[in-house]
Design a protein around this ligand. Structure first.
Ligand SMILES: [Zn+2]
Length: 127
């Protein structure tokens, strides 16, 4: 169940992983999670609007990052997101966006005041 419920998100992660792999990224497994880093990942992220850029992103059990060094640095944080996917499954995408919209509506920051990011930052400090 832990892997089944977030499987649609993991599949989307695999599609991005394949694209990253084609751009020279390498794929490693770390405690039940697939980490994809390097290659053209950083260049692809740089094409996004500045407010949407990131160092690493989690899709179910796939984490994609600018490099494997960055992935190691943010492993605790991204593992909290993996657990959030395990808990909420496919609903996580929707809930995450809803939380950002809710923050915006209250005049807060869509990332720093997102419920799931706050939880991730809280728990990565505790881990
Ligand atoms: Zn996060």
């Amino acid at each position: 169940m832990r892997y089944l419920w977030p499987l649609p998100a993991t599949m989307i992660g695999f599609i991005f992983a394949m694209m990253a792999r084609a751009s020279g990224a390498t794929i490693r497994a770390a405690d039940g999670v697939v980490e994809v880093g390097g290659g053209g990942v950083g260049r692809a992220i740089a094409l996004l609007p500045r407010a949407l850029q990131f160092n690493a992103i989690t899709f179910g059990h796939v984490v994609i990052g600018v490099s494997h060094g960055v992935l190691a640095q943010c492993r605790r944080h991204e593992r909290v997101h993996v657990r959030q996917y395990e808990r909420w499954g496919v609903l996580f995408f929707l809930l995450y966006v809803a939380s950002s919209v809710w923050a915006l509506l209250r005049g807060r920051h869509p990332y720093w005041h997102n419920h799931f990011e706050r939880q991730a930052y809280r728990e990565e400090r505790r881990a």
